[in-house]
Design a protein around this ligand. Structure first.
Ligand code: SF4
Length: 369
């Protein structure tokens, strides 16, 4: 037994999160799904989504065959929707290329869409009992601090060194060890407030010995996020239905149903690429250009009403500033739907795959705004 592994496994036996829903069995589908959801989502946020998703799509075949709209609706609110699209493509490949079984080698597993080395290793270790090292954010932070690694973890040479270290430390019982180091990072060696006095590694941790627990991992100064701007159109037809527009399959919010967007100069969809040169002002000229652009593009006779206050939504690489524009359709006819433009009753709209800011706008509206 490798000493650090023994220490971590002992700690895990008493203090680990044994009750997590994805730790109740070693089903590869369930383990893989949890790993994908946890890539950019906190455990507590992921739990209800995991339960709902698993109930609706309990295996590779069900996920592979589901309509993409259904998958995105189940993922709606978790963010990073490329994960959902990749998850479905991965399930389809498991079914078609691997006979309905998660591949049993690291080389094959990392060919699945959305499955990186650490995700593949975690599934192989837990589902098939293989000795595979992981290097997710929690494990990486524990290794960096316990070995006082000063190098920038984003640099490829540092990552290679960390993988070498992780592989050397991982014992035969990689399943238990991987969960132990993940839990230590999540519960004790946390990003901002490491609780060193409660840590089983405190007597061998170099960062703690050097008084540098809070200083590691090093962070290279980040440039401020660029800003992008958009107006969202909340238009209601004569029967009280709301118009949603399907985003292109790839890119930001790919495949989700969104409120139609525009820049303040009436620029075309997709407008999340708009720049800061078009401030979100409420002027007669802006209203006129928005009304003309949306009426033309959507084939509707629109009348703009109120503009809501500016709101923000933070993406990984930029910050979106947006305002919601209320409008109504003039005339008595109910508007038509199409493949990418669809009218929904408010309650039905909320069951679709929606970006979080759009869901918030619709919820606020149904709450009486
Ligand atoms: S002693 Fe502190 S810094 Fe070191 S691994 Fe434990 S919690 Fe992290």
């Amino acid at each position: 037994m490798i000493p650090i592994a023994e220490t971590l496994l002992d700690w895990y036996a008493c203090h680990g999160r044994h009750d997590l829903p994805w730790r109740q069995n070693r089903d590869p589908y369930q383990l893989w799904l949890a790993e994908i959801m946890l890539q950019q989502t906190q455990v507590e946020s992921a739990k209800p989504y995991y339960a709902r998703f698993l109930q609706a799509l309990p295996n590779w075949q069900a996920l592979a065959a589901a309509p993409q709209d259904r998958v995105l609706a189940l993922w709606s609110g978790l963010g990073y929707y490329a994960r959902a699209r990749n998850a479905q493509r991965a399930a389809q490949e498991v079914v078609t290329r691997f006979g309905g079984h998660f591949p049993n080698t690291l080389e094959a597993a990392v060919t699945l869409p959305g499955v990186g080395r650490s995700t593949a290793a975690a599934v192989l270790a837990s589902a098939y009992g293989q000795r595979q090292a992981i290097l997710d954010a929690n494990a990486r932070r524990v290794l960096i601090r316990s070995h006082a690694i000063e190098a920038d973890p984003k640099v490829s040479a540092t990552q290679q060194w960390l993988w070498t270290l992780a592989s050397a430390l991982t014992p035969e019982d990689a399943h238990g060890y991987n969960q132990a180091i993940q839990d230590l990072g999540a519960l004790i060696c946390t990003p901002r407030q490491p609780r060193c006095t409660a840590c089983p590694l405190v007597n061998r941790c170099l960062a703690h010995a050097q008084g540098r627990s809070h200083a590691l991992p090093v962070t290279v100064n980040k440039a401020p996020k660029p800003q992008r701007c958009a107006f969202f159109l909340l238009v209601v037809d004569t029967e009280g239905q709301i118009l949603l527009e399907k985003r292109p399959d790839s890119g930001i919010w790919g495949g989700l149903w969104c409120l139609p967007q525009a820049a303040s100069d009436g620029g075309a969809f997709p407008i999340l690429c708009s720049d800061t040169l078009h401030p979100l002002e409420d002027t007669p000229a802006v209203r006129q250009s928005l009304q003309a652009a949306w009426s033309r593009r959507l084939g509707l006779n629109l009348q703009l009403k109120a503009l809501e206050e500016e709101q923000q939504h933070v993406f990984t690489h930029f910050q979106l500033r947006f305002r919601c524009v209320h409008a109504r359709v003039l005339g008595s006819a109910v508007a038509d739907s199409s493949a990418t433009l669809r009218w929904y009753r408010p309650a039905d709209a909320l069951t679709q795959g929606l970006p979080t800011p759009v869901r918030r706008i619709l919820r606020d509206r149904s709450g009486g705004c």
